[in-house]
Design a protein around this ligand. Structure first.
Ligand code: SAM
Length: 243
């Protein structure tokens, strides 16, 4: 395993990101229902579903869900948490989705699950794959970081304790990438992880989407539904397949 995203989403991720709870997810899901005007029979892909926070919340509301992720650890948590809901949780890479063309009504990509690759070509492949697996009338939502806000609010170092686990997060900017080094320490010893996300900005992301057959219909700055501006907390693109 040589890429950061193959190592950083295991058991310790669940501790470090414990604050990103299922409660947040159910609030976000209510907004997704409103923005997308979701219909009961629609088939929805939660691309990079992690432990399935949104997948499970949407399934509980009666939607047909599929979750895909690269982390077998997080997928097994999702399977456990979703007992009785019969959600297919699929292991795969977002650059090569194991689904036939035009499978889904909606593709979701939430909580900064994009920009993981050094080469733009790979990041673009993710968008092409979203386009490929969407039906001709399909819709998508991408909830991504907002570069300006990341740069303005970057906290270079923070330390906290979570369930008797000591966590240090160091953050810095390296060109177009926002980077994080996470050190986790407990009675089992010390582990280190990295994160490295390309801060693709609004005009470029929009242009990449257009280029791959996706149209941005609305951009929000948060899940409260404020319109996107340069100062926004997040950059949430809601769109559809090009007509
Ligand atoms: C920041 S987490 C977000 C998880 C989830 N969407 C949520 O809101 O809790 C990013 C997820 O992307 C997954 N991931 C990383 N690289 C991937 C890849 N190449 N293909 C598919 N999933 C990937 C990770 O395993 C992780 O679950």
């Amino acid at each position: 395993m040589s890429n950061w995203y193959e190592k950083s989403f295991g058991e310790d991720y669940l501790i470090v990101y414990k604050h990103r709870s299922r409660q947040d997810a159910s609030r976000e899901v209510a907004r997704l229902q409103e923005w997308l005007q979701l219909q009961e029979k629609q088939l929805i892909l939660d691309l990079c579903c992690g432990m399935g926070r949104h997948t499970i919340a949407l399934a509980r509301k009666g939607y047909s869900m599929v979750g895909l992720d690269l982390s077998r650890v997080l997928l097994s948590h999702a399977v456990r948490e979703s007992e009785g809901l019969a959600i297919p949780f699929v292991h795969g890479d977002m650059r090569a989705l194991p689904f036939v063309d035009h499978t889904f009504d909606v593709v979701l990509n939430l909580f900064t699950s994009f920009g993981y690759f050094e080469r733009d070509e790979d990041n673009l492949r993710v968008l092409s794959e979203i386009h490929r697996v969407l039906k001709p009338q399909g819709q998508f939502v991408m909830d991504f970081l907002n570069r300006h806000a990341v740069e303005q609010n970057l906290v270079p170092e923070s330390v906290r304790e979570e369930d008797n686990v000591w966590i240090r997060e160091e953050r810095w900017i390296d060109g177009d990438f926002v980077c994080k080094k996470i050190t986790v320490k407990d009675e089992r010893g010390e582990r280190r992880y990295e994160e490295r996300v390309k801060m693709v900005e609004y005009p470029r992301l929009r242009q990449w989407m257009e280029q791959t057959g996706l149209t941005v219909v609305q951009a929000y700055g948060d899940f409260a539904g404020h319109p996107y501006t340069k100062e926004s907390e997040r950059m949430i693109m809601v769109g559809c397949v090009n007509k």
